[in-house]
Design a protein around this ligand. Structure first.
Ligand code: AKG
Length: 280
């Protein structure tokens, strides 16, 4: 269960911010690990089931592979620092406070958001999740400071009570091919979520959110996980015509207790190498 304060905030606003959730050592390990993965992938190594999505807006022609990356998907099962983070009881219990005794992590992405990178338009994550039950929960960990300039997340408080809205394809040049935009709702009451490194925002899959473009000359990095109730039936393949390569259901909580990290690692079907881009 969530504390009564957090539960009230969740019910009222559709999101919760937890200050100082991840310490500096964890954040540094995440960054070092992802840079190493990106460099290995750039050198031709197979890092499956993880995979790299390149950034298409490059303000500076960086020499380093990590200066040309948008996102790295599917790191929650195989990569120790990301698996350990998502299996830690503090996070499992926080998410379980919303989703109940049985919880799976089904998606993970490290977002670089380099200078010049476009933001993701207004959307509800539920658009991407054609599952048999709701809600799902997103957990977005700031690995750098998020400022008004470097493309922070924006949320529309209380919009989690909205039904799933129609969304149109994001037609901006260089937009990620999976981006869509909700254009039929007033978002003037939106607020930016300005975070310090290590702060975490947890949000409902119907909450309207977006991120702005990075107009600063420094990166805005975040590690994002998504969670659903254990036993959820995933209809992604019927909806999209392919099995999304970034989705991998991994139990992290059963019967109200965290699944031990090594079991997390062993549980479920073996991961297969993705061939395509992520859905979010
Ligand atoms: O961090 C971003 O730029 C957007 C992330 C987002 O909207 C999401 O994870 O659903």
């Amino acid at each position: 269960m969530l504390s009564s304060d957090l539960q009230a905030q969740w019910d009222r606003e559709g999101f919760i911010v937890v200050k100082d959730f991840a310490d500096a050592a964890t954040r540094e390990r995440m960054l070092d690990t992802i840079v190493d993965m990106v460099r290995r992938a750039d050198a031709g190594e197979d890092i499956a089931p993880a995979y790299v999505v390149p950034e298409s807006v490059l303000e500076k022609e960086g020499e380093r592979p990590e200066d040309r990356v948008s996102k790295v998907f599917r790191v929650h099962r195989e990569v120790p620092v990301f698996r350990d983070f998502v299996c830690q009881p503090r996070l499992v219990d926080l998410v379980g406070g919303v989703l109940g005794p049985d919880v799976d992590c089904f998606l993970s992405q490290f977002i670089f958001k380099l200078p010049g990178a476009l933001g993701q338009p207004w959307h509800q994550d539920a658009f991407y999740f054609p599952f048999d039950r709701e809600p799902q929960v997103g957990a977005w960990l700031a690995l750098t400071e998020t400022t008004p300039e470097n493309g922070p997340l924006w949320v529309l408080p209380r919009s989690h009570t909205e039904p799933l809205h129609q969304a149109v394809r994001d037609t901006r040049e260089h937009a990620n091919m999976a981006y869509v935009e909700i254009v039929d709702h007033d978002t003037r009451a939106a607020v930016p979520v300005l975070l310090d490194p290590g702060d975490l925002i947890v949000f409902h899959s119907h909450l309207f959110h977006k991120s702005s473009d990075n107009t600063a000359d420094y990166m805005r990095a975040a590690m994002v996980y998504h969670f659903g109730e254990g036993g959820t039936v995933d209809h992604s393949e019927e909806k999209w015509g392919v099995r999304p390569p970034n989705v991998d259901w991994m139990p992290i909580r059963r019967g109200g207790s965290p699944v031990e990290a090594p079991l997390c690692h062993d549980a479920g079907a073996p991961a297969s190498a993705p061939k395509d881009r992520g859905m979010t």
